[in-house]
Design a protein around this ligand. Structure first.
Ligand SMILES: Nc1ncnc2c1ncn2[C@@H]1O[C@H](COP(=O)(O)OP(=O)(O)O)[C@@H](O)[C@H]1O
Ligand SMILES: CC(=O)OP(=O)(O)O
Ligand SMILES: [Mg+2]
Length: 402
């Protein structure tokens, strides 16, 4: 069975085509910087040369059409036609309290994902475009959805409730949900395997630091807290999202700047974070380049980003009364040597003994960046949300056939 997995992030679309017999990857790729003038497409068909294109791709429907065309392309493709795709699995960021597990797509499921648009305005609409684009191109192919929120459903009430009147939770489900769950779950399992210790005995802080960023406290394999809340806006400073701030800023700024609710929401989700402080880019690569060239605003953006991340790691060490390991993953976590170094060098109080040499090596591999005597280990584990989504999709499609 061939399964195409689509992971529509806020600024990127990643895809992988799996042959489920041996979980081999027939092709994979990504389109980064969707919505900016220069989107970068990288397509890697197994056993063939990589394709790289820079063009303007403004939204996700165009991105998916491009992916399907590449998969059946006479030169760069790996399939004769899209009829060889047996199922499609999608990442969906917000499942609310309705979805505790992955499900096959039905009209009701689509309605529910739509109802959750308000809670994940950068994501659920992008996923819906993906589901509809696949339906339009391959009407008979079953589709499954795997939710970012599912893994965090184990959070206890003191972690998932807000200290506000309970009526808002009871009537409107205002609570913390948490996101990037597929990734936090995957890297925590890989971390236990890497450390050669049972997951049930470990206290981990996993840092999924991409364009969106979140930390999770994972105790005995279960998520007990995570930095994102009712929406993916809470918590860490991100590419274009503010993360934590005093909620009183919202009405105050609206009054002073004469902003509508839509405008303030757009400001906090799309025009804050690294972008706002650096005065330019939301892309960590460009921040680091500018900082190294002496740009003070870029340096401030980097320092704030690192400082806020470090505070969460400290908070989760307190939440679990100690930690065994910290895991870095996703775009920034896997690739930014400088960010990992800055964080680790400030965590000596926890017993982190940073290994500068190890931090520079092994890009793309699971690895340790602390010394062997370090009391708390720090690992870099490339995430693989797509594989987890393919496995869930396979299981659901098989169960529907049986
Ligand atoms: N070599 C690198 N150094 C620093 N940051 C990087 C590097 N490569 C990618 N990134 C950062 O990773 C982020 C995107 O992460 P990713 O997990 O792909 O995002 P998304 O949330 O869209 O899934 C961007 O901010 C990008 O700058
Ligand atoms: C939930 C979330 O922030 O996702 P992403 O990192 O893909 O933007
Ligand atoms: Mg992501």
């Amino acid at each position: 069975m061939n399964i195409l997995v689509i992971n529509a992030g806020s600024s990127s679309l990643k895809y992988q085509l799996f042959q489920m017999k041996d979980e081999s990857v027939l092709a994979k790729g990504k389109i980064e910087r969707i919505g900016m003038e220069t989107a970068i497409l990288t397509h890697e068909p197994a056993g063939k040369a990589e394709v790289r294109e820079v063009s303007e791709i403004l939204e996700h429907t165009t991105a998916i059409r491009k992916v399907l065309a590449l998969l059946v392309h006479p030169e760069h493709g790996v399939l004769a036609s899209t009829a060889e795709i047996d199922a499609v699995g999608h990442r969906v960021v917000h499942g609310g309290e309705s979805f505790k597990n992955s499900v096959l797509v039905t009209d009701e499921v689509k309605q529910e994902i739509k109802r959750l648009f308000d809670l994940a305005p950068l994501h659920n609409p992008a996923h819906m475009l993906g589901i509809i684009a696949v339906e339009a191109n391959m009407p008979d192919v079953p589709q499954a959805v795997v939710f970012d929120t599912a893994f965090h459903q184990t959070m206890p009430a003191p972690a998932y409730l807000y200290p506000i009147p309970m009526v808002l939770y009871r009537k409107h489900k205002v609570r913390r949900y948490g996101f990037h769950g597929t990734s936090h779950k995957y890297v925590s399992e890989r971390a236990a395997a890497f450390l050669g210790r049972p997951l049930e005995q470990l206290k981990l802080v996993t840092c999924h630091i991409g364009n969106g960023a979140s930390c999770a406290a994972i105790w005995g394999g279960q998520s007990v807290d995570t930095s994102m809340g009712m929406t993916p806006l809470e918590g860490l400073m991100m590419g274009t999202r503010s993360g934590d701030l005093d909620p009183a800023i919202v009405p105050y700024a609206m009054g002073k700047e004469d902003l509508t609710l839509g405008e303030i929401s757009s400001m906090l989700n799309k025009h804050s974070g690294l972008q706002a402080i650096s005065g330019g880019s939301s892309d960590m690569r460009e921040i680091v380049e500018a900082m190294e060239a002496g740009d003070k605003n870029a340096a401030l953006a980097f320092d704030m980003y690192e400082y806020r991340l470090r505070k969460y790691i400290g908070a989760y060490a307190a939440a679990m009364n100690g930690i065994d390991a910290i895991v870095f993953t996703a775009g920034v976590g896997e690739n930014s040597e400088l960010l990992r170094k800055a964080v680790c060098e400030h965590l000596t109080f926890l017993g982190v003994e940073f290994d500068e040499e190890a931090n520079r090596q092994g890009r793309g591999l699971e690895r340790r960046i602390t010394t062997s005597s370090s009391r708390v280990q720090v690992l870099v584990i490339p995430t693989n949300e797509e594989l987890v989504i393919a496995e869930d999709t396979y299981r659901l499609v098989q169960a529907a056939v049986d």
